[in-house]
Write a new protein. Structure first.
Length: 223
């Protein structure tokens, strides 16, 4: 059974309708309605088979689920250079936030210094979902032990009217408030962010369990 047959065998019409509402910019005919656990299972099979390289080269894919599987497969590549090269090849074809947000390659966390130039390049991209992915990698990998204050400025420099990109900037800063409150707070006190991003990030921080009640009380006054 080939990949398309496997996906069709696992599709769920009700779930397809649900997914179509989540990604209104993706044509409904591109969505089959296959649940994530099944996609991850198929991705593991593809990764371990002779299908992997031909599948990764076969771009653009026909179905939304194939895009998700593509990123799940990339996330399993252990060699950093091979992984980051394959991610760079795929990002121009990413056309919605779930594909951009689904997978984080394990090889990235082990090679943060090597990854950083790529993250900066992705964030600077005019392609919305490449920039969104770069911001998500900055959020995932560089707000912990690898943190530098310059990363806040890098995220704050991202401007634009696209909803999904602005939402990612807000998500980044809400997470930064949870992990790096002292360093991040001036961006809100000085209203250094786009007004929409500012308000959305504060809202997300107030909803977060990772932000202390004391910090929430202060942030509420900055809305």
């Amino acid at each position: 059974m080939d990949l398309t047959e496997r996906l069709n065998a696992a599709k769920d019409e009700g779930y397809r309708e649900f997914q179509a509402k989540l990604v209104p910019n993706v044509p409904p005919e591109k969505i089959l309605g296959v649940r994530t656990p099944e996609l991850r299972r198929i991705a593991k099979e593809v990764f371990a088979s002779g299908e992997r390289d031909p599948f990764l080269r076969d771009l653009p894919h026909k179905y939304y689920e194939e895009d998700l599987i593509h990123f799940f497969v990339l996330a399993m590549i252990k060699d950093f250079d091979a992984c980051v090269r394959a991610v760079g090849d795929f990002l121009p074809y990413v056309d919605c936030w779930p594909v951009s947000d689904q997978a984080t390659p394990a090889a990235f966390a082990k090679n943060r210094e090597k990854l950083l130039p790529y993250v900066k390049e992705w964030i600077a991209s005019e392609h919305i979902y490449t920039a969104r992915f770069g911001l998500r990698m900055l959020m995932n990998e560089y707000l912990g032990d690898a943190f530098r204050e310059e990363y806040l400025a890098l995220a704050a420099s991202v401007r634009g009217g696209d909803y999904y990109l602005k939402m990612m900037v807000a998500w980044f800063f809400a997470t930064a408030l949870a992990k790096r409150y002292k360093e991040t707070l001036p961006y809100f006190e000085n209203r250094a962010l786009d007004e929409w991003v500012h308000k959305k990030a504060v809202q997300k921080a107030l909803e977060s369990r990772r932000v202390t009640e004391e910090h929430k009380k202060y942030l509420a006054g900055l809305r």
